[in-house]
Design a protein around this ligand. Structure first.
Ligand code: FAD
Length: 304
């Protein structure tokens, strides 16, 4: 399959590529809805789909199983998230080897959140990888994976400054990262300025904007405050009074995300990473706006 999911943008010419992020399901019901989402989005021919790794490695098995099933039952390329938390180097290296053996060629390498929870100090596991940079070097030493990493347009909450974050990103690139995916943001200025500053700092890998459709404003705002992403007043106002009105909220969420991605397209952005929350509808609609159309030829993307 060629990775050419390229269609027209608002301006009529610019191609876009998309990737989707899922989390591993906890129950058979959640597994069914995850696969409904994957089957709906797969015909849009994403560049890759990624599967997250639970805090403290709590989803090690489920992440692996989800990624393995994607390889077995679809022809989309999976990326497995992996963190340094609560595991020795040997344990992490073993996970990496198992991914390679299962046919995975792309890892999203992360330090992970502190075991004590957000806001506490990160303490590496004794004998574990102490940072994402170390993890990247460890993965590189095992096999020739494609390695994506995180980036924080509004800086990571633990970071003292954006400069420190840019230095950390540069160190990850020097260690072998080939792509960055950003934390979500709502003001495109944050992302566009970050990309400019990254390039000025000698960082030349693609930096994909992470786009989150706001399915539940209160939940997203809470997560944003922990993740160091600002929530503008205009966004709060758009969702104000809709707590009990799911259908209107969904329309507003689609409008907000559409506005955001089309503005990024107008600024020349060609790659988008969507935090799907394992739900397809909103993301599917936004991709449609971006000009992506399903390719059902042969139906090979869809499991039967
Ligand atoms: P890093 O990029 O290594 O560090 C973040 C920042 O902290 C740096 O930019 C730097 O400013 C500062 N810093 C770190 N170490 C040092 C140091 N030694 N000296 C100075 N400054 C330092 N979490 C999960 O548990 N599972 C997932 O699947 C997952 N997926 C994610 C995907 C994306 C795209 C993003 C953006 C985040 C994801 N996270 C995930 C969250 C992530 O684990 C947390 O944000 C974590 O706190 C930091 O991990 P990191 O790899 O982003 O850290």
């Amino acid at each position: 399959m060629s990775a050419e999911p390229l269609r027209l943008s608002r301006s009529g010419h610019q191609p876009v590529r998309v990737s989707f992020e899922f989390f591993p399901p906890k129950s058979p019901e959640m597994e069914a809805s995850l696969w409904e989402a994957i089957n709906r989005l797969a015909p849009l021919r994403p560049n890759f789909v990624s599967v997250t790794y639970g805090a403290g490695g709590s989803t090690r098995e489920r992440t692996h199983n989800t990624v393995a099933r994607i390889i077995k039952e679809t022809d989309i390329k999976p990326a497995a998230h992996l963190t340094c938390v609560a595991a020795s180097r040997e344990e992490v290296d073993e996970v990496v080897r198992q991914y390679w053996q299962a046919g995975v060629r792309h890892i999203v390498a992360l330090r992970g959140d502190p075991s004590g929870g957000l806001g506490t100090r990160f303490e590496p596991h004794p004998g574990g990888y102490a940072s994402s940079t170390q993890l990247i070097k460890g993965i590189r030493a095992i096999a020739d994976f494609e390695i994506s990493v995180s980036a924080y347009p509004e800086k990571h909450p633990e970071s003292l400054s954006l400069e420190q974050d840019l230095d950390a990103l540069k160190a990850k690139v020097d260690a072998g990262a080939t792509r960055a995916i950003t934390q979500f943001f709502f003001e495109n200025e944050h992302y566009l300025r970050f990309v400019d500053r990254a390039q000025a700092s000698g960082i030349h890998i693609p930096i994909l904007p992470g786009i989150v459709p706001v399915l539940n404003f209160n939940q997203t705002a809470k997560f944003a405050s922990q993740a160091g992403a600002s929530v503008p007043q205009w966004l709060a106002e758009r969702f104000a009074g809709l707590d009990q009105d799911v259908s209107t909220r969904r329309l507003i969420a689609a409008a907000v995300a559409a506005e955001q991605v089309l503005d990024l397209v107008d600024h020349g952005v060609e790659d988008f990473h969507f935090y799907t929350m394992n739900r397809a509808d909103l993301v599917y609609a936004i991709c449609h706006l971006l000009g992506l159309r399903p390719n059902y030829q042969g139906g090979s993307h869809v499991i039967q």
